[in-house]
Design a protein around this ligand. Structure first.
Ligand SMILES: [Mn+2]
Length: 283
């Protein structure tokens, strides 16, 4: 979120900003609302990559009756909750919309901005592998590379420079892998005692198994509080499943949060997966 009051701008996120992004210019300007809440009302707020108002989390406390909200997003399940909604579901990443906005407003894309926009597309396309890796996404990245963005360096810093404990946590998650529905569904979990700062990408291991069509990664981020990532490798739209659990996302990648016992959550998820696999066969 970017919030403005008078001439003061605040960049904030309602979560931990993963340490692997710390090398990026401007990282230190991002305020983590979990550690440093903002107790003031802002005149203007731009919500970025936020599918719905509740997803703003603690940032909602900065909204007053006169606050004007701009919503820039690309989620399929995104709602038009703001005064101005700039939503393009065909954009690979919110960064793609920001890139177009810079050009439309004739704003100079500085090296720092180019790097940030590139990282937005790099990470949201899963390193140019997901279905949202369009020609347009690649053209934008080509332009950003031509402006001096070092793609190899950024990829290495983000994907191949993990703290040892992240790898140890990954082994715990991998050890929990289970297959269901004749090998079409994989479930993986990480309990809170093994939780690390960054579990992004763990779910990709579950969905990369031969024969798997639907995968879920259950990560316990608080006592009995689960952050669930869903992936699809078939025509089943996991954002529909996520919506039923109070979340949202994209066709092939979605998620939600839920307070529950692990076994109850697993049973509910397996039921939802099984139902979508069955209705797929029926149609
Ligand atoms: Mn996004």
């Amino acid at each position: 979120m970017l919030a403005q009051i008078g001439t003061t701008y605040t960049l904030a996120i309602d979560d931990n900003c993963a340490e692997k992004y710390q090398f990026m210019q401007g990282f230190e300007r991002i305020r983590n609302l979990k550690l440093q809440p903002l107790q003031r009302i802002y005149n203007r707020i731009a919500a970025l990559d936020v599918g719905s108002l509740p997803r703003m989390g603690a940032a909602q406390e900065c909204i007053g009756p006169a606050t004007k909200i701009l919503n820039i997003d690309h989620h399929w399940t995104g709602s038009h909750f703001a005064h101005i909604n700039l939503i393009d579901v065909y954009s690979s990443a919110t960064s793609e919309i920001l890139y177009d906005l810079c050009n439309a407003l004739k704003l100079e894309i500085t090296p720092m901005m180019a790097e940030a926009l590139f990282v937005g597309i790099l990470t949201d396309t899963g390193r140019f592998r997901f279905a949202n890796t369009t020609a347009r996404a690649m053209q934008i990245c080509a332009d950003l590379a031509a402006r001096g963005v070092d793609a190899a360096r950024l990829t290495e810093r983000i994907y191949f420079d993990h703290p040892f404990e992240t790898m140890r946590a990954l082994t715990k998650a991998l050890a929990s892998l289970e297959l269901y529905s004749d090998g079409q569904v994989s479930l993986m979990s990480l309990d809170m005692k093994d939780l690390v700062d960054d579990t992004e990408g763990f779910v990709e291991y579950g969905v990369a198994i031969k024969g798997v069509k639907l995968a879920a990664f259950l990560c316990e981020i608080g006592p009995d509080l689960w952050k669930v990532s869903l992936r699809s490798r078939c025509e089943i739209d996991v954002s529909v499943i996520a919506i039923n659990f109070g979340g949202g996302g994209h066709l092939k990648a979605a998620g939600f949060r839920r307070r529950s016992k692990k076994d109850t959550l697993k049973t509910a998820l397996l039921k939802a997966f099984e139902a979508s696999l069955n209705s797929r066969l029926a149609s």
